[in-house]
Ligand binder design. Structure first.
Ligand code: KG4
Ligand code: ZN
Length: 362
């Protein structure tokens, strides 16, 4: 099935074509530069930018793949969670296309799409334990199959990526700051006593990162020399040698604290779920080099497969939406034109229309 994926849940406008589980082409237009000056995503600007770039992006996708709209056999769109205004832009386009082309439409759970994304590159053996670590979410799932997910734990406050971004802001690093903290801290020995690993003194699988962010804020408050002069993203990359060693030490220690906190909860889950065959780590923070190394080690110790998406599949993209949508459509699950966008904070309903399932060649 040739399935178009549309992603507009936050600040990336993205479209992709997936055919029979394989990615044909994906295009992403990032708004990071637009929001950087505000130190975070401005929802109103994000929606307008999606509206501006989405149709030209789609035209380019068709031209680059030598396909036309008429070749499409299914439309998948991220329906949430995300910024409501942004989601509505993608959903409007998806509904319009499905209506005019008379092909099936499915609204995809953005979080499940993140977890399924590595299936584009490798086989995921189910049941799997899924750790989703992104800018808006930190969650643990039992992934029973490609279409059945059970939430085991979640963050009670900030997401891991949010903590990365807020710490970056404290240090005066550009938004989004996770990748900068990762890069500045890599190759440096962390001070493992600098920050307490948060919310471990319990028996649950939930997370909490707001206390860690406050601890970093207090530390930076009493060491003002850690606030570097504001640098653009390009300058951080080009001038990282000029960044003070104490800033790099802080970054390494923060990377370690987040990764080790995640490790403890993942190990706790793996001890409880003996049937699990693989560990999937997904979302923007799955691009973090310390997180990747720690999770690879955990999987080895528990004799399960480690599944880590390539960095371009960790952050928001439409390939994962097209892939997850194709899986749903081929399982006979779709939506009517009344499918709703779901903002952050609300659970995504499993309100699919069930049909016979359609296996079409493309
Ligand atoms: O999954 P994603 O693209 O968007 C959401 O759905 O939220 O994740 C974005 C988050 C941002 O907070 C960003 O700072 C973080 O992922 N991120 C990283 C790295 N690359 C992106 N955090 C730590 N290390 C990285 N290398
Ligand atoms: Zn995401």
């Amino acid at each position: 099935m040739l399935c178009l994926g549309i992603e507009t849940s936050c600040d990336e406008s993205a479209v992709a074509l997936v055919c029979d589980g394989r990615l044909k082409k994906e295009l992403v237009s990032s708004q990071a530069d637009l929001h950087e000056v505000f130190g975070g995503v401005v929802p109103e600007l994000a929606s307008r930018e999606h509206l501006r770039v989405l149709c030209p992006l789609l035209d380019t996708l068709f031209q680059a793949t030598n396909t036309t709209m008429q070749d499409l056999q299914g439309i998948a769109v991220a329906r949430g969670p995300g910024l409501l205004g942004s989601l509505l832009v993608g959903m409007g386009l998806a509904k319009g296309l499905a209506l005019s082309l008379e092909i099936p439409l499915v609204g995809v759970n953005h979080l499940e799409a993140h977890l399924l994304a590595p299936g584009l590159e490798t086989t995921i053996f189910f049941p799997a334990l899924g750790l989703l670590v992104s800018g808006g979410h930190t969650q643990l799932y039992l992934m029973e199959s490609k279409t059945s997910f059970q939430l085991l734990g979640r963050t009670l406050d900030d997401a891991a990526g949010e903590a990365f971004d807020k710490v970056a802001k404290l240090l005066n690093l550009p938004y989004p700051g996770g990748a900068h903290i990762d890069r500045l801290g890599s190759g440096i020995d962390p001070d493992t006593a600098l920050f307490t690993r948060p919310y471990l003194d319990n028996q649950n699988l939930d997370f909490s990162f707001s206390g860690l962010k406050t601890a970093v804020a207090n530390h930076v408050g009493s060491h003002p020399e850690l606030r570097i002069a504001h640098l653009s993203a390009q300058e951080v990359v080009e001038n990282s040698a000029a960044v003070h060693p104490d800033v790099k030490k802080l970054c390494a220690s923060f990377n370690w604290t987040v990764a080790d906190t995640l490790r403890i909860k993942v190990e706790r889950a793996l001890k409880r779920l003996k049937q699990v065959r693989s560990l999937v780590v997904a979302g923007g923070v799955a691009a973090n080099s310390r997180v990747r190394a720690v999770m690879t080690e955990v999987a080895r110790n528990f004799h399960v497969e480690i599944v880590l998406p390539s960095p371009h599949l960790c952050t928001d993209n439409a390939a994962m939406v097209a892939y997850a949508g194709e899986i749903l459509l081929e399982a006979g699950l779709s939506h009517g034109f009344d499918v709703e966008a779901i903002p952050r904070g609300r659970a995504i309903p499993r309100d699919y229309l069930q049909t016979g399932g359609s296996l079409q060649e493309c």
